[in-house]
Design a protein around this ligand. Structure first.
Ligand SMILES: [Zn+2]
Length: 473
């Protein structure tokens, strides 16, 4: 995610630090302009092979119906869950009930739960304002590792007023990302019951899942969502069309429905890009599609192949930012830099998952870094960020203010990765990042995975340890 101009916040932070003598000594010299991306991985690349997704990953089917008022979504979710350790319950995160969407009037209610093994269910707070930030389904007997259970949940989602958020509605457009009970499972670790925080940023953890999506919407609207989309059905007797998609490795799902003009492109590597812009919007769908293809191409050059077969980019009204979802981006700004940042999240978050609560830097610092490698102007914004006080690797509940979170995770984190790249040499560093990406694909990575990938680059490790991204020693 990129909140409204986080780098502008950083620039302010830099100025404040410059004027503050107690911090001035911690400022480093401006980094040299970032080197261009190193050569694309070739057949000799030690990490040419990408890890396969877990064959026992969850199977999720989502069936959404957007009401004619364009403000209400009813749905059914079917989950087949096969844990890698024994569990007695299934825990879902109700993201639309978190502080920001709830304040904008969004609300997700679970109407009914079904399943042969279901004993009961109840809401759990997770610190959400309505005390319904999570939903726990209790099983009648524990499920052993490797055993499967199937659960079906009916739900109703009210879309609040439009804003820079993952759920909302505005004139001619409705969108809901994480707009359903999200299975909050971290393989090896267990259920993620992390609290929501006041700082605007993601706090979820969810496994890559074999996912299919179905959306019924008024026939005059177009749907852009996560997954490889099929052509919609013809309008039925009720003036509605049904759209379907499939994404075998989606850890979450975004759906946008609106009066979009759409444009389609295919990248040289065969990734199908579909963009949508509301009438009169800038950029147009065609311009956005060209920029998206360029972003994919620029990033794939040093990060390795794009993770998905498709990418959809619906352009929302200009709320100033972008929010990443697997193979889909809610783009809410005309900024090309933000677009590159969100596309970089397809590798860092989409493919290489992380606990966005425990290790927010694993997706945000890497996306900021990748953006800066592609856009030298973004690198300039990071020049002084290494001097920001505090650890890059802190968890979401360690940040007291939005400014602190942005400056440390995006700013100092991105700057530390740029500096590590300079110290180790761009070629060697990019190759090590590719190894990290390939080895942790479709998993939930941890800082130790970064340390392991950089083990042969002590200069890079020193920088990241010094910035508090990686633990010392
Ligand atoms: Zn981001």
């Amino acid at each position: 995610m990129t909140a409204p101009r986080p780098l502008a916040v950083l620039a302010v932070a830099g100025l404040l630090l410059t004027g503050c003598t107690s911090f001035a000594d911690t400022l480093t010299a401006p980094t040299t302009p970032s080197a261009p991306p190193s050569a694309a991985p070739d057949d000799d690349d030690a990490c040419a092979e990408r890890a396969e997704p877990d064959p026992d990953r969850p199977v999720v089917a989502l069936d959404f119906r957007l009401a004619d008022d364009l403000r209400t979504v009813t749905g059914t979710e079917t989950v087949v869950f096969t844990p890698d350790r024994a569990v007695a319950e299934l825990v879902f995160r109700l993201v639309p009930n978190g502080p920001e969407p709830a304040a904008a009037g969004s609300r997700l209610v679970v109407d009914e739960v079904r399943g042969e093994d279901v004993a009961g269910s109840e809401y759990e707070s997770f610190g959400a304002p309505g005390a319904d930030g999570g939903y726990v389904v209790t099983l009648d007997e524990p499920l052993a590792a490797g055993e499967s259970t199937e659960v079906e949940l009916d739900f109703t989602l009210a879309l609040g007023s439009g804003g820079f958020d993952r759920v909302g509605a505005a004139d001619g457009v409705s969108w809901w990302a994480s707009g359903f009970p999200l299975l909050a499972w971290e393989p090896v670790v267990g259920w993620a019951r992390d609290p929501y925080v006041a700082v605007s940023g993601e706090t979820t953890t969810s496994p890559a899942a074999d996912t299919t999506v179905r959306v019924s919407a008024p026939a005059d609207l177009a749907v852009l969502m996560t997954g490889n989309q099929a052509a919609p059905t013809p309008s039925d007797g009720e003036g509605r069309r049904t759209w379907t998609s499939a994404e075998p490795v989606a850890r979450d799902v975004s759906v946008a429905v609106g009066r979009f003009d759409t444009a389609e492109r295919t990248t040289p590597d065969g990734v199908r890009v579909t963009t949508g812009a509301l009438p009169g919007a800038e950029p147009t769908a065609d311009e956005l599609a060209d920029a998206t293809v360029e972003a994919i191409t620029d990033l794939a050059e040093f990060l390795g192949p794009f993770p998905y077969e498709t990418l959809t980019v619906p352009l929302l009204p200009d709320y100033g930012g972008g929010i990443e979802y697997p193979s889909s981006i809610l783009q809410a700004t005309p900024s090309n830099e933000v677009l590159v940042h969100e596309v970089a999240h397809m590798w860092f978050y989409g493919m290489v998952g992380n606990s966005q609560f425990r290790d927010p830097w694993l997706d945000e610092a890497f996306a900021t870094w990748a953006e800066a490698v592609v856009h030298p102007s973004s690198a300039d914004d990071l020049e002084r960020a290494l001097g920001v006080v505090g650890d890059v690797g802190d968890a979401m509940d360690d940040f007291r203010t939005q400014q602190q979170y942005s400056a440390r995770v995006y700013g100092k984190g991105g700057a530390a990765l740029l500096e590590a790249r300079e110290q180790a040499g761009p070629g060697a560093f990019d190759a090590a990042v590719r190894c990290y990406v390939q080895a942790t694909a479709w998993r939930i990575a941890a800082p130790e995975d970064v340390a392991e990938a950089l083990a042969d680059l002590p200069e890079a490790l020193d920088v990241l340890t010094g910035a508090g991204a990686l633990p010392a020693g």
